[in-house]
Design a protein around this ligand. Structure first.
Ligand code: AMP
Length: 288
């Protein structure tokens, strides 16, 4: 595995690979890699000739009072894990190169960037779409692999690719979970042992909703309040949202109906904010 830090070097490498007829896959990450990230690298490995994993803690997607400074970092371990998972090039740019003095240009996806996560973190998705657009210009990928873990982010990238005619194929890979069901996340390290135990309630509440829908429950009010009770019993410090949305558009739905619904939630345990979601099939024949 090669490590590239310079934007110009990365662009030259990408141009050369394209000229050789190689397909390039990109896996954007903020590092502190876990099995979720590694599954995306493995997927890119299967789908493309050359896998470029990017590691950049993107200041533009953190709000003023968020955890940019505390965000966990371990570049040495990341290098090892990225290589073992099948990365060909690890691109690790410097912040001063990505956002030099006088940087002024942002990519904004209207509407989608302002709901749910975007309501609570108003500049977050603007930072995400901007950095992903920049990474696409630098790495020149044919295919980009993102995780379903950040479902709204995946929907926003899909919208950006469509709206800006980007010639990039998007793959959204499934959520990788710990043995007890907690979705893997770099931020899980912030949880103390009690919070870590309680945090499994996110997954349990999604399982509850899934089972209830399977049994014919179709009321969003009933499903949401059942999930809230489970999260409160697990001593969640706050529930930011429990949303029922269309799996592709991420628009909130009024009624649960076939073929699928995406349930997304953001919950705080102590000071740590966790996200999870599940795509649930809704059988056509069931009645509530
Ligand atoms: P991050 O480093 O948190 O920005 O995440 C980088 C990529 O990994 C994003 O596309 C995430 O959706 C994805 N990802 C994070 N956690 C998981 C997980 N548990 N399973 C699958 N993909 C994940």
């Amino acid at each position: 595995m090669e490590i590239v830090r310079s934007i110009a070097d990365m662009q030259t490498r990408a141009e050369g690979l394209r000229r050789e007829g190689k397909s390039i896959g990109i896996v954007p990450t903020m590092g502190f890699l876990h099995d979720g990230h590694l599954s995306l690298i493995a997927r890119a490995r299967k789908e493309t000739n050359v896998v470029v994993t990017t590691l950049f803690v993107n200041p533009a997607q953190f709000g003023l009072n968020e955890d940019l400074e505390q965000y966990p970092r371990d570049p040495v371990r990341d290098e090892k894990l990225a290589a073992e998972a099948g990365t060909d090039i690890l691109f690790m740019p410097e912040t001063r190169d990505m956002y030099p003095e006088g940087y002024r240009t942002y990519v904004v996806t209207e509407e989608l960037a302002g709901i749910l996560e975007g309501k609570i973190r108003p500049t977050h998705f603007r930072g995400v779409t901007t950095v992903v657009m920049k990474l696409f210009q630098i790495v020149k990928p044919h295919t980009a692999v993102f995780g379903q873990k950040d479902a709204q982010q995946a929907a926003i990238i899909r919208q950006m690719i469509r709206d800006l005619n980007l010639d990039v194929r998007l793959i959204v890979a499934p959520i990788v979970r710990e043995a007890d069901g907690l979705a893997m996340s770099s931020r899980n390290i912030y949880l103390n042992p009690d919070e870590r135990k309680s945090a499994v309630a996110l997954w349990k509440s999604l399982r509850f909703a899934k089972d209830a829908i399977g049994r014919g429950e179709r009321s969003i009010v009933v499903l949401r309040s059942g999930m809230e009770v489970m999260l409160q019993e697990a001593r969640a410090s706050s529930i930011d949202y429990i949303a029922f949305v269309h799996p592709n558009t991420f628009r909130e739905i009024d009624e649960i109906g076939p073929p699928e619904v995406l349930i997304a939630l953001a919950v705080r345990f102590g000071r740590t904010r966790l996200l999870d979601n599940a795509i649930v099939s809704v059988p056509a024949e069931a009645t509530s």
